[in-house]
Design a protein around this ligand. Structure first.
Ligand SMILES: [Zn+2]
Ligand SMILES: [Zn+2]
Length: 379
């Protein structure tokens, strides 16, 4: 997804109507077939020493097979199908036989790029060897990160067919600049920590970037020779529901993330939430879904009908959010719940319009966050 600039003064008026329906069996089949659980941002080992020594001359200690097995076992027991491995400055696990021998999970290889002023996951850039790693100018994280470093490595990853995901952008120790540098995605949750406000600020600036959740699970404790305490962290908190259209491959996971077809879940126990669009107002919600951009003639108001479907969210609270933040809050009254929204955006005085609608649902301490549907002027 790419940054596109529009006037920041678009006027929005949203009008609403509510109807409640039951999710059909057909729609449940669609969820089961097309969406899979994917855990992002996984470290096979917990070794701070390696973190600061990316040129370590002993590559085997840059990853842990024991940690890999620990992560795979947690994923299997939670129903997670896809795993994205991102050791610090290392792609070693992808070249270990255990990686190619594991057939029952979709394994995606990446690495975490760790600079003083920001971390990101560089995913599936097709490294040619364990030493084919992409480093920041100062991997020791002592020197301030030069501004050129971000876009140069992001464009290199994308040129090689991969994606770049900004990690924990509001982390006090590794704060990311107020810019996405055209990265593909950003963590809105890193473990239990919210980074939603960074994402919401970018959305308000008309920057499209996919929200994902990263567990940042560090598995193998190299000193105690066992996985780190499960109380401290988990492979599936948070986890992502990614639309793969029935495909089961690393590329399908990347495509789902690129297209913004991701629902961030605080854990597999969270409710599910899905967005659909009826653009031509024929009462069929077949004209778009989360991550899609709807373009309208310049100078005219945009009117669109959206369906927000919440599954397993009974007694939860649904929030609808646009450029003006939360514009509607309503209770989820049954386990299969549909809200229909009539949404109108008026152009600014120059004829441009830009807005987005996203939804999130909270229930029993769990949270599910949809990616937005974007509305904007045609070029
Ligand atoms: Zn990090
Ligand atoms: Zn990490």
């Amino acid at each position: 997804m790419r940054k596109e600039l529009f006037s920041l003064t678009t006027v929005c008026l949203a009008s609403l109507f509510l109807s409640i329906q039951v999710t059909s069996a057909e729609e449940q089949v669609d969820i089961d077939k097309n969406w899979i659980l994917v855990s992002l941002h996984l470290h096979t080992m917990d070794n701070p020493g390696y973190h600061h020594s990316p040129f370590n001359p002993n590559p085997p200690i840059s990853y842990s097979v024991e940690g890999f097995h620990d992560i795979a076992a947690q994923a299997r027991s939670a129903g997670v199908k896809g795993l994205v491995f991102t050791d610090h400055h290392s792609v070693g696990i992808g070249f270990d036989p255990v990686f190619s021998q594991t057939k029952d999970l979709i394994l995606v290889l990446g690495m975490e790029w760790t600079s003083k002023d920001g971390h990101m996951n560089l995913v599936r850039y097709h490294p040619q060897s364990p030493r084919d790693i992409l480093l920041p100018p100062d991997p020791s994280e002592r020197q301030p990160t030069e501004p050129y470093a971000y876009p140069s490595v992001i464009s290199e990853v994308q040129r090689r067919g991969g994606i770049a995901i900004i990690n924990h952008p509001e982390s006090p120790n590794h704060r990311w600049p107020e810019n996405t540098f055209r990265a593909d995605a950003v963590e809105v949750y890193n473990g239990p920590c919210s980074h939603i406000s960074f994402w919401q600020r970018r959305l308000k600036e008309s920057i499209k970037i996919t929200a994902v959740g990263g567990s940042d699970y560090h598995s193998w404790d190299v000193f105690k020779k066992r996985p780190i305490s499960p109380q401290r962290n988990s492979v599936v908190r948070p986890v992502n529901l990614v639309w793969t259209g029935g495909e089961r491959s690393p590329e399908a996971i990347l495509d789902g993330i690129r297209q913004g077809r991701v629902v961030v879940l605080s854990s597999p126990a969270a409710p599910r939430i899905f967005l659909r669009v009826d653009r031509n107002l024929d009462d069929k919600f077949e004209d778009g879904r989360e991550g899609d951009t709807l373009r309208f003639s310049r100078g005219r108001k945009a009117q669109v009908s959206m369906q927000i479907r919440v599954v397993d969210g009974a007694e939860g609270v649904l929030e609808l959010i646009d450029r003006g933040d939360v514009f509607k809050t309503l209770p989820v009254t049954q386990s299969e719940f549909v809200h229909e929204l009539n949404y109108t955006v008026h152009p600014d005085p120059n004829g441009f319009l830009y807005n987005f609608v996203r939804a999130q649902v909270r229930r029993d301490g769990e949270l599910a966050i949809s990616n937005p549907i974007y509305l904007e002027s045609a070029p």
